[in-house]
Design a protein around this ligand. Structure first.
Ligand code: NAD
Length: 290
């Protein structure tokens, strides 16, 4: 299949390479020469503009930084350039309102389109083990699914247009809350004189069980191996968590949803980022509990 791929950064680079490995003809475009060079090395055909990459494509995949860029790329470069009837897949994490708007415009132009944000970081993008949460009608989902299968380990139809983004930001708001809760409990246990490894052994098998504790333990040398054991390098960078929490707060306001803990988690992560921690994994927030 001829697939245009727009946005070959940390995530998109590995995803496009996996489409090539699955036997697709990938037509790549990125504003960055470096990203385009890496895509070429991975077997993609590279183009000078997104519209050239889209001409002739049966599908278009995008992995871009934010909603404003997604909207301008689709409206300025993809709609009317990709052949009518092509399936469009935006895998970026963006706001729910923009995702719905872009999909509605795509439909008016005769395209099938899904929002398909991902769970999993750069290693999962490279390894083809991402989880995709997909919003869109059944026809669009069924056409997108085999393409997503080549880049991930799980593809879940979340609901109508925008449902993928909704699932992603609600999940990541929950993740922020559980990480902060885990950090507080671990540090409190330690201050009360309990060995943190004992706390991990007990709580990870008790009602405190949660992913942040069990699968991503935020204290070095305790529990499972995680970015904490690597000076909080790699993993899920704090600026990306802050981005997702901002999107979550915007969505909560638009739906008039009460999110007192989500709001507190968002404020704590904003402070943590503002204190110069942009290079650290989000689990490093435990360092603020000295
Ligand atoms: P990135 O900054 O590494 O890559 C984005 C790429 O888009 C860059 O190469 C940039 O040059 C390109 N780009 C920007 N504007 C463009 C335009 N107008 N036309 C063509 N290319 C353009 O970011 P990333 O880490 O790959 O993240 C991409 C998306 O994936 C974001 O929405 C992010 O929130 C989401 N995401 C990232 C992670 C992660 O761990 N990095 C995990 C889950 C989801």
């Amino acid at each position: 299949m001829k697939i245009a791929f727009i946005g070959l950064g940390n995530m998109g680079g590995g995803m496009a390479a996996n489409l090539v490995k699955a036997g697709h003809e990938v037509r790549a475009f990125d504003l960055s020469e470096e990203a385009l060079g890496a895509a070429k090395d991975a077997g993609c055909d590279t183009f000078d503009t997104a519209r050239e990459a889209c001409a002739d494509a049966e599908a278009v995949v995008s992995m871009l930084p934010n909603g404003a860029i997604v909207k301008s790329v689709y409206e300025g470069e993809v709609f009317g350039r990709a052949p009518e009837g092509a399936v469009l897949l935006d895998c970026s994490t963006i706001d729910v309102a923009t995702a719905k708007e872009v999909i509605a415009t795509a439909t008016e132009h005769g395209y099938a389109m899904v929002d398909a944000p991902v769970s999993g970081g750069i290693a999962a993008a490279n390894g083809g083990t991402l989880t995709f949460m997909v919003g869109g009608d059944t026809n669009a989902f069924e056409r997108a699914e085999p393409i997503l299968d080549a880049m991930g380990k799980a593809v879940i139809h979340a609901g109508d247009a925008g449902a993928g983004q909704t699932a992603k930001i609600c999940n990541n708001m929950l993740l922020a809350i559980t990480m902060i809760g885990t950090a507080e409990a671990m540090k409190m246990a330690q201050k009360l004189g309990l060995d943190p490894q004992k706390f991990y052994e007990i709580s990870s098998q008790s009602s405190g069980y949660n992913w942040s504790l069990n699968a991503y333990t935020p204290l070095p040398g305790v529990g499972v191996e995680s970015p904490a054991d690597n000076d909080y390098a790699g993993g899920f960078a704090t600026p990306l968590m802050v981005k997702d929490l901002r999107l979550a707060m915007e969505a909560a306001e638009s739906a008039d949803a009460a999110v007192p803990l989500g709001g507190r988690a968002a404020a704590l992560y904003e402070d943590f980022l503002g204190a110069g921690n942009e290079a650290l994994d989000f689990s490093a927030i435990i360092k603020t509990y000295s």
